[in-house]
Design a binder for this molecule. Structure first.
Ligand SMILES: O=C(O)CCC(=O)C(=O)O
Ligand SMILES: [Fe+2]
Length: 204
């Protein structure tokens, strides 16, 4: 059974004001996290998204892939994604996350940071399709990277290093009151995969 591949760590409350961020360190056991990283790196259909910004074509500094139920299409910084059907591994993770967080997820955005030069700039996951107070479950695999959260009104910043197997659950008003990023780094860093499970509303 898959059950012993997952742990039940004590939650660490990262943010409890103007939204919630809760960290479950090593939610996936180290060995299993390493296997999953290798497998997803090879099996997911990684794409280079190119956005049009101020009339120029800009390749975002990471690869990504979008999986989900059919109908859960999603726009992200002006790019449209139609999800690919769930792979067995992603479907299995979704099942575990749904049971663990008591939330329904219909899609997952996978990000692949090849090295320290890849990252994601300050943003909120506040697209209307996600609804006003989305619960987003973020699973990290591979290299440890620093995740920063910044409170929009006060500028208060909270830093958390996300390591292989860690689960971060963001909910409540977090996506309206806070922004987050994975800063680029000058350090020699290995590759990292992050999976953000989301619930996207059906579009009319
Ligand atoms: O890589 C991460 O930990 C965060 C990714 C993220 O913020 C996003 O996909 O919206
Ligand atoms: Fe995000």
């Amino acid at each position: 059974m898959q059950h012993d591949l997952f742990t039940s760590p004590e939650p660490e409350i990262i943010i409890a004001c103007d939204g919630r961020a809760t960290l479950y360190r090593q939610w996936i056991h180290r060995d299993e996290a390493a296997n999953l990283f290798d497998s997803l790196r090879q099996s997911l259909d990684w794409e280079q998204t190119v956005l049009t910004m101020y009339g120029r074509q800009v390749a975002i500094p990471r690869l990504n892939a979008w999986y989900g139920d059919s109908g859960s299409s999603y726009s992200y910084s002006g790019a449209y994604f139609d999800p690919m059907p769930w792979t067995a591994e992603l479907a299995n993770l979704r099942e575990r996350l749904q049971a663990y967080t008591d939330t329904g997820f219909n899609s997952v955005l996978a990000n692949y940071y090849r090295d320290g030069r890849d990252g994601v700039g300050w943003h909120s996951d506040n697209e209307t399709e996600l609804g006003p107070e989305p619960t987003i479950a973020s699973v990290s695999l591979g290299e440890t990277r620093r995740f920063s959260l910044r409170h929009s009104a006060t500028g208060k910043t909270v830093l958390v290093d996300l390591a292989a197997g860690d689960l971060l659950v963001m909910s409540g008003k977090l996506q309206t009151r806070w922004q987050h990023q994975i800063a680029k780094s000058r350090k020699e860093l290995g590759a990292r995969i992050n999976l953000t499970f989301r619930r996207v509303g059906e579009k009319g």
